[in-house]
Design a protein around this ligand. Structure first.
Ligand code: NAD
Length: 271
């Protein structure tokens, strides 16, 4: 074997990633996954993709009505949590780990947006966005990381945004953009801390995607014109176009990726 560095079983590429065929690399058979904000939108598409890749999937969401209905529709499980409440996150992730026997993949995707000019942005609106989009991702990473470090393996994928790299227009959303930049850098920080203990941490940063979150903006003629016009591919994404990037990073296909941010934005950030 070519000497590649530390000869630690947890750090070696798994058998499939060295010898498997392409579809085996992306397979998640036997893996247990949790997706926060999985009740709808991008999270729901990620749930479907992870399930189709072979994982046992738990939707973790603040909305039990929609979450349970989505889980039932797709043959997966539901666990309630508010990601802004670290105790609630610990309880939900412990439920997944004990019910399923391990926690192998955590997709920390729950998020909210608030559009308001910064000069008039209220303290509580700034805090609410930070609390869900940044505090929440940290609580979920910590809860997943604790369990994965103990196992010596795991893959965390955070949902960032192209807004963590650029400042959107015409809609003002400084809290959202700042929180997403934080998610991307939190991802790198944790990746560095945990890389030699078998836990990979990456993020996926979508551009504009047609979901409940963007519904209001898409119905605003000016916003839609700018969003589509400033996207080189001249359209917004469907949620299912984001999910494969998550499967790549969650699976052995992404075995040498950690701390990376995979931007899936139809080219928005090239201009
Ligand atoms: P969405 O509003 O359709 O879904 C968000 C989900 O998160 C909902 O199911 C909601 O109940 C859940 N959620 C909200 N607050 C929560 C909390 N405190 N605890 C637990 N669950 C909570 O939104 P979406 O468009 O699917 O967005 C998903 C992620 O993708 C978010 O992080 C968002 O910032 C990010 N994103 C979206 C876009 C886009 O254009 N839609 C672009 C880039 C990034």
């Amino acid at each position: 074997r070519f000497p590649v560095g530390r000869d630690d079983h947890r750090l070696r590429a798994s058998a499939t990633s060295r010898e498997g065929n392409l579809s085996e690399l992306f397979a998640l058979n036997g893996k247990n996954a949790v997706v926060t904000g999985g009740a709808q939108g991008i999270g729901e598409a990620i749930v479907l993709a992870l399930r189709d890749a072979g994982a046992r999937v738990f939707i973790c969401d603040i909305n039990p009505e929609v979450g349970n209905a989505t889980a039932e529709r797709h043959g997966v499980e539901f666990v309630a949590a508010d990601v802004t409440d670290s105790a609630s996150v610990e309880t939900a992730f412990e439920h997944v780990a004990t019910t399923a026997g391990s926690l192998d993949v955590a997709v920390n995707n729950a998020g909210i947006v608030h559009n308001h000019p910064s000069e008039g942005l209220a303290d509580e609106d700034w805090r609410r966005v930070m609390s869900v989009n940044l505090d929440g991702v940290f609580y979920c990473c910590r809860a997943a990381g604790r369990r994965m470090l103990q196992q010596g393996s795991g893959s965390i994928v955070n949902t960032g945004s192209m807004s963590g790299h650029i400042s959107n227009h015409p809609q003002p959303q400084s809290a959202y953009n700042t929180a997403k930049a934080g998610v991307i850098h939190l991802t790198k920080s944790l990746a560095g801390e945990w890389a030699d203990r078998g836990v990979r941490v990456n993020s996926v940063s979508p551009g504009y995607v047609g979901t409940e979150m963007t519904k209001r903006g898409m119905s605003n003629e000016e916003w839609r014109r700018v969003w589509v016009g400033d996207t080189p591919m001249k359209r917004v994404a469907e949620p299912r176009e984001i999910a494969p990037a998550v499967v790549f990073l969650a699976s052995d296909a992404g075995s040498y990726c950690t701390g990376t941010d995979l931007v899936v934005d139809g080219g928005y950030t090239v201009w």
